[in-house]
Design a protein around this ligand. Structure first.
Ligand SMILES: [Fe+2]
Ligand SMILES: [Fe+2]
Length: 171
């Protein structure tokens, strides 16, 4: 070809959409860090808990670690597709105070509530991305809708665990 590559003239990758892209990339970076921190928190909380009733939580979080890691990879890939750069680890700031190890490792309610809090935070941020990308970037929107579905499933599962403890007056 004689000329260079042709820039896309429609959609989020077009030249005149750089401002919109930057805004979306910023939201995706935040989502990426949320997933990374969730992976860290879920690894710890899938190993620390003690007791007979901890097993269900442990197995559930072990599975979630892989899913949240997959989400982080999807967010990272989309950042690149939008001409952004996936941040390095020095940009990371931890925020999940509610998912730190409890004083007693048999305190399963602490873990369940922490997971619900993390999933709720993700659900709020992903709803914001879905709204911000509406009519602007359907591909990001489509991806985040699928991820939001996963997070809603996670939250519902842990709400169910909490109900059991509440029914017994333990939460
Ligand atoms: Fe996730
Ligand atoms: Fe999740």
């Amino acid at each position: 070809m004689a000329s260079g590559t042709r820039n896309s003239t429609t959609g989020i990758l077009s030249n005149d959409k750089s401002e919109e892209r930057e805004q979306i990339i910023e939201m995706l970076r935040k989502a990426y860090w949320m997933e990374i921190e969730t992976v860290m928190s879920y690894i710890a909380n899938s190993i620390n808990p003690d007791g007979v009733r901890a097993q269900e939580i442990i197995e559930s979080l072990q599975e979630d670690v892989q899913e949240e890691l997959g989400h982080a990879q999807q967010f990272a890939a989309r950042i690149k597709e939008l001409y952004g750069v996936v941040p390095g680890s020095l940009d990371f700031t931890a925020e999940q105070t509610y998912l730190q190890p409890p004083e007693h490792q048999t305190d399963i309610v602490h873990v369940i509530k922490g997971v619900i809090e993390a999933e709720t935070g993700a659900i709020e941020h992903y709803n914001a991305i879905i709204e911000a990308t509406d009519g602007v970037d359907f591909v990001t929107q489509d991806m985040v809708i699928a991820i939001l579905h996963d997070e809603e499933g996670h939250r519902r599962l842990f709400e169910g665990y909490l109900r059991e403890y509440e029914a017994e007056g333990l939460a």
